[in-house]
Design a protein. Sequence first.
Length: 123
Amino acid sequence: MEEWLIFLTKKSVVVIDAMALLIIVFGTIEVFVAALRMMLNPSTTNHDKRVVWLRFAGWLVAGLTLQLAADVIETAIAPSWNDIGRLGAIAVIRTFLDFFLGRDTGELRAREHKPAGEVPAEP
């Protein structure tokens, strides 16, 4: 029974890591294309640029979340100090990205919902 659990865990980790890779690659391609469009379009605003980078950050958070899930699963079968350290590092990075992404997204939404002449208050 334990052999099957280890086998399924290892295969699951590979599949989840592949999904994370695809998400990050797709997001990177998307931001690259959007950045090229912005460079060629002289009417690009800072708001447009910020939306592109926030979207990219969302792709990165999604990829890191999947990697974190794979690491949790992998650590469950054979935890070493190296695995635990890697898991902790990814968790910290993901937490910081989530925090700053959430803050930036909130600021962007607040700016979009303000009347045209009103300037948002600085923190």
